[in-house]
Design a protein around this ligand. Sequence first.
Ligand SMILES: *Cc1c(COP(=O)(O)O)cnc(C)c1O
Length: 429
Amino acid sequence: MKGGLVKWGFRGNRVLDEASKLTVRGVLGTVMENLRNDGARPIIPLGHGDPSSFSCFKTAPVAEDSVVEAIRSAKFNCYGPAAGISAARRSVADHLSLNLPYKLSAEDIFLTVGANHAIEVILSVLARPGANILIPRPGYPVYEARAAFSNVEVRHFNLLPEKGWEVDLDSVGALADDNTVAIVIVNPGNPCGNVFTHEHLKQVAETARRLGILVIADEVYNHLCFGSNPFVPGGVFGTITPVLTLGSLSKRWIVPGWRLGWIAINDPNDILQKHGLVESIKSYISISAEPPTFIQGALPQILEKTTNGFFSNTIEILKEAVDVFYTKLEEIPCLTCPQKPEGAMSCMVKLNLSLLEDIHDDMDFCIKLAREESVVVLPGAAVGLKNWLRITFAVDPAALEDGLERMKAFYLRHAKKQGEADEDQIVSL
Ligand SMILES: *Cc1c(COP(=O)(O)O)cnc(C)c1O
């Protein structure tokens, strides 16, 4: 063959262009390009969801020991079964059953490469032509990205800031139709830092039942609660409608790099089984990846032996951080937090642009903040709410305080003069 006349038969998958735009990583990357790495001041990362780099958020020693022992035992160097090794599945079932009115069995659990892989598995098996799924706004963008890739139509319902970020249940009924397959909830909430009440979760399940759809309960922050609402697992309502729970070691054990997650089928009435969904999950995971066998081997020990002291220590730090966060935020007039966070690791803060001189929107705010103050926060648009910010408080409390001081300095530098702000408000009336 002569010259450059080969007609190549391949090209990139264009669907991925859209899907990958939707990730937090992508948006944070754009913000972080504006950091000035002059070494003068440390960068304060309030945009990420990974506190593992802070020494105060070190994982439990027993978790580390369990992994080392699993490796040294030489019992876990093999390929594992597609759904996960059975002792590990059983340990997750036992662990979750502690908070349920019925018992899960090992067969109800599928181990995944972190909860993100669990999202991939579920959206892949639910994807049939024409299917749509109900997703919260603001939310966790991996759902949108995965849905786009699997050709599942996304329909957003709102979380209501004035009601502690509860689901706008009235709108959910109007969004659904015969092709709706599921509703996603994230509890404790990312990005809002809210914790749903028992009553509200029950209403979500009842709404789902009325619509004939299942609930996908993303509980990667399970038990990370420090307000008045205790954590209630979605699985408690599995007798009302089938609930698929997603969990992982990533957040509660602060080891997102270990890539160990799970799907739990909370469906005592076997509705999913009867409709072929469990078979589909098995089929999908048989052609997908599984978490490293030695992490699975360590899992029973990790789940059984991690002390309450470890968990309560994490919660104490988060609680302290939230207090610092909430108090300092009051000194920054252009930022308001509708509700003090009660769980998880982040919350949504509203940006009042009319108080600022030369900031166009949330992205502009974040880029200039990164450039001038070396503080990284996530533009709300990345999680579905334009002109809000998502701020992670799972940070060493001293660094968090420093970060908020810098945001205050940023505000003062960009604040509209008193008279101008008033005029602006008159005009907008
Ligand atoms: C972090 C996170 C995940 C992904 O967790 P991994 O186990 O690290 O894959 C899923 N859902 C939400 C809401 C998260 O915040």
